[in-house]
Design a protein around this ligand. Structure first.
Ligand SMILES: [Zn+2]
Length: 176
């Protein structure tokens, strides 16, 4: 999902498409949820990599492999953002990230490698979140479009993002 699209409403209410209700999770549930979503993504890449084209006439333009590679990079990006928020005394402003530029070449990647690195990146974030305590959850950071996050809200935002794309991938498998 691009920084240019504002998906911050998912922090207030359940997503009407994928059904994720990230606002209801406790802080203790965030890291385990990231690990379980990463496991589901590995499974999805194992099954879905055989689907090399988006279904004919589909509204989605990415294949499951491309979604998976995007999610791998999203985990990597958010790990960097969360680490920076925790480290800096003053709230950092994140560099913009253009997902379409990043997506060039995703279709040629090796699905097994994507799955492996996706899980590894997710594990790094989960390990960081496991160690966050007290006031650290409220440490802030800002996106270049002005949207403000805390460590807690960006973790919730991330979980919706990667679960929403899992939902996208399921739609492709089911022949959307
Ligand atoms: Zn959603």
């Amino acid at each position: 999902m691009s920084d240019e699209k504002d998906w911050t409403w998912v922090l207030e209410r359940p997503c009407s498409e994928c059904g994720a209700a990230v606002q209801t999770l406790s802080r203790e549930e965030l890291a385990p949820r990231i690990r379980s979503t990463a496991a589901a993504w590995r499974d999805m890449l194992g099954r879905g990599a055989l689907v090399t084209q988006p279904p004919h006439g589909a509204s989605r333009t990415w294949t499951i492999l491309e979604y998976g590679a995007h999610v791998r990079d999203v985990f990597d990006l958010f790990e960097d953002r969360i680490r920076t928020m925790l480290k800096k005394r003053k709230p950092p402003t994140f560099k913009d990230w253009n997902q379409d530029d990043a997506a060039k070449g995703y279709a040629d990647e090796d699905p097994n490698k994507v799955a492996y690195v996706l899980a590894s990146n997710a594990g790094k974030i989960a390990d960081i979140l496991d160690r966050v305590k007290g006031d650290e959850w409220a440490k802030e950071g800002k996106r270049s479009d002005g949207a403000e996050f805390t460590v807690e809200s960006i973790a919730r935002y991330l979980i919706h993002d990667v679960e929403h794309h899992l939902w996208d991938a399921h739609q492709i498998l089911d022949g959307d």
